[in-house]
Design a protein. Structure first.
Length: 139
């Protein structure tokens, strides 16, 4: 009697494992770019929120009104006392502000007062690929 007790895998076992790995990759791979895009959208929203907080703080510290400017067409924003910053090209941006603070159809400001209040408004950010929209409300 010649029985072989060598360890190893059969061809069927290898095919089953490879099929499982292929299915897992098919499920995980398409979500990776969206997760990166969502993370970038969140990071951009945090940057703009920080610039808004900086403008509010400046108004309180200097005891004078401070203005946050955003230009949707030129894709830039500028906190009071800061330099202009670009909104990334793959992000859609929208501005909601009072009529008194609108400079044009695509540009306007949000004014912060020394007591920390503001004229109100908001900034909307959305990814171009239909990603979730992030909204920053002020007021």
């Amino acid at each position: 009697m010649n029985t072989s007790t060598e360890g190893g895998f059969t061809l069927i076992e290898l095919l089953v494992v490879l099929t499982i790995v292929a299915l897992l990759l098919a499920i995980v791979t398409p979500t990776a770019p969206r997760q990166r895009a969502d993370a970038q959208l969140t990071a951009d929203a945090h940057d703009i929120a920080a610039a808004l907080r900086m403008t509010r703080s400046r108004a309180i510290v200097t005891n004078q009104s401070a203005v946050f400017l955003i230009d949707v067409d030129r894709r830039l924003y500028r906190p009071a006392g800061g330099s202009a910053r670009n909104v990334p090209q793959d992000i859609r941006v929208s501005l909601y502000t009072s009529q008194d603070e609108a400079q044009s159809a695509a540009a306007g400001t949000i004014r912060f007062f020394p007591d920390g209040s503001s004229t109100g408004g908001g900034i909307g950010l959305a990814g171009r690929g239909g990603w979730d929209m992030t909204s920053l409300s002020i007021g």
